[in-house]
Design a protein around this ligand. Sequence first.
Ligand code: NAD
Ligand code: UDP
Length: 310
Amino acid sequence: MRILVTGGAGFLGSHLCERLLREGHEVVCLDNFFTGRRKNIHAYFADLNFELIRHDVVEPLLLEVDRIYHLACPASPVHYQYNPVKTIKTNVLGTHNMLGLAKRTRARFLLASTSEVYGDPKVHPQTEDYWGSVNPIGIRSCYDEGKRVAETFAMDYHRQSRVDIRIVRIFNTYGPRMLPDDGRVVSNFIVQALKGEDITVYGDGSQTRSFCYVDDLIDGLVRMMASENFTGPVNLGNPEEFTILELAKKIIAMTGSRSKIVFKALPSDDPTQRQPDIGLAKQKLGWQPKVTVDEGFNTTIDYFRKELAR
Ligand code: NAD
Ligand code: UDP
């Protein structure tokens, strides 16, 4: 099949391109290189099945494809808050353009949505039937509300124009190819620990997150795209939950670092708890994470060691 991956030069997108090429597909990787890097995909440049398009999804695009994985959007709060107007345009106008492409080509369309649609959740762990608790006017809204509109757009194109859609709600995912200055917690803590710098815990570190290794997540995306008669939304993530303070201590121990923990102001609207209920993914996709948190963190620590040594 010819498969479009928007945001294909980013962290998740580049791993997805790799997996799809390995399966023998033609891959069209589209990216505007806001947070993506050529380095993430340069290994595939010689592959005749790989094509790279520098394009911004906010602008329409004419292509012929069989499948669309729509990942284009910065995922780190630091990056999506850098230009919030652009973030909401990417989520709304960009998703509109890609759904239009799916409608014209009759391609199956998978939306990379997020656990952020649950906001600061009052239901724990989060199930797909929970509607969320989201501030519509806060500093995270360009992303949270943008993704919620993207989900609405996808469902309405499905109901109104029979576009074959899949919605995946991705929970915090980490692994090799994250940028050292990405700003998300796993990369921040590992880079700080390896450099011997202070580990910056925001707030008192009692807020929780659950961390999924990238290979597991990609496997879930591919399974969801292949599934029949199931639009989702479906949660994909690792249910093992940590407080951020526990995470900081774990990374210090795993890296053997002498870094100290320092406490910084908690950004506004930072969700207090987050853990996926993955019952639906197990039932519909036969999916659950295989990589343990220790294995995943070790691989990621090795990756950052090499990155920082360059
Ligand atoms: P990332 O920032 O590494 O990748 C995003 C990619 O999209 C980058 O290559 C960037 O250059 C590209 N991009 C951004 N705006 C674009 C635009 N207007 N036009 C074209 N390309 C554009 O982030 P990621 O972690 O790989 O996330 C990929 C997707 O998965 C995002 O949609 C994100 O919301 C979603 N997601 C990720 C996580 C996670 O923990 N990694 C969690 C929830 C949801
Ligand atoms: N966080 C932190 N220190 C950092 C970066 C993040 O304590 O250097 C916290 C952040 O406040 C949040 C959690 O870690 O509570 C996860 O943040 P991240 O940016 O990775 O993703 P989020 O799940 O908030 O989108």
